[in-house]
Design a protein around this ligand. Structure first.
Ligand code: NYM
Ligand code: MG
Length: 217
């Protein structure tokens, strides 16, 4: 039997929606099932472009809105070949934020001409996730989880608009090429985790079985 490709799974949500915790829990869960798993996060603050993004988010650097948008996108393109390589080699890759954040956060700034459509363009052609799990919390819950307001964009007004635009992206969903599944993330960690696993286990099985089916034909 040929080795199946790995799945590509993206997590999205507002700041403080529990993405990082759930990305780790999911990776551990998939590993106990025998999968090889790699975690990545965007922005990847370790590259030269990522360091610029970090300074921007920390408020230490100013950037024109189109410029920072393109840097966020470039920061994904830096890893595109690595993502392709990993999934082709059978590793499942779990992403803590991806191009959905790129599109939505920039569009939420309401800069003239920078609508969802414009913001999507630099992302076209990046490896497409098998599923995007959107962890949905309302802005009040996110705010209560603490740490809110430390970085640029972490204010109630911006988060509210981000949430609306994520909903719009999800509604447009399929024909725009995105497979977004919304998971209510307002409950305890374990309950959220179980809901995520139900979604992701099905997707991962689908990836593996599809390979098996193609092999038989
Ligand atoms: N963000 C993240 C963007 O504005 N565009 C992007 O393309 C990405 C990936 O950066 N407030 C925003 C969302 C977050 C911030 O993310 C940093 P994190 O997950 O807090 O490190
Ligand atoms: Mg953050």
């Amino acid at each position: 039997m040929v080795q199946s490709r790995g799945a590509l799974i993206a997590f999205e949500g507002l700041d403080r929606s529990g993405k990082s915790t759930q990305c780790q829990l999911l990776a551990d869960h998939l590993r106990t099932q025998g999968h090889t798993v790699s975690n990545m996060r965007f922005p990847n603050r370790t590259t030269p472009i990522g360091l610029m993004i970090n300074s921007y988010l920390a408020g230490q650097m100013q950037a024109e809105d189109h410029v920072i948008h393109l840097l966020f996108s470039a920061n994904r393109w830096e890893s595109a070949a690595e993502i392709e390589r990993l999934i082709a080699a059978g590793t499942t890759v779990v992403l803590d934020r991806y191009y959905y954040s790129g599109i939505v956060y920039s569009a939420a700034k309401r800069v003239d001409g920078m609508d969802l459509k414009w913001c999507r363009q630099p992302e076209v052609g990046l490896p497409r996730p098998d599923v995007c799990v959107f962890l949905d919390v309302d802005t009040e819950v996110a705010k209560r989880r603490g740490g809110f307001g430390e970085e640029r964009y972490e204010n109630a007004e911006m988060q509210g608009r981000v949430r609306e635009l994520f909903a719009e992206l999800q509604a447009r969903g399929r024909h725009e090429g995105d497979d977004i599944v919304v998971v209510d993330a307002g409950m305890e960690v374990e309950e959220v985790q179980n809901r995520i696993w139900r979604v992701v286990d099905g997707v991962v099985d689908g990836v593996v079985n599809k390979m098996a089916a193609e092999e038989m034909t």
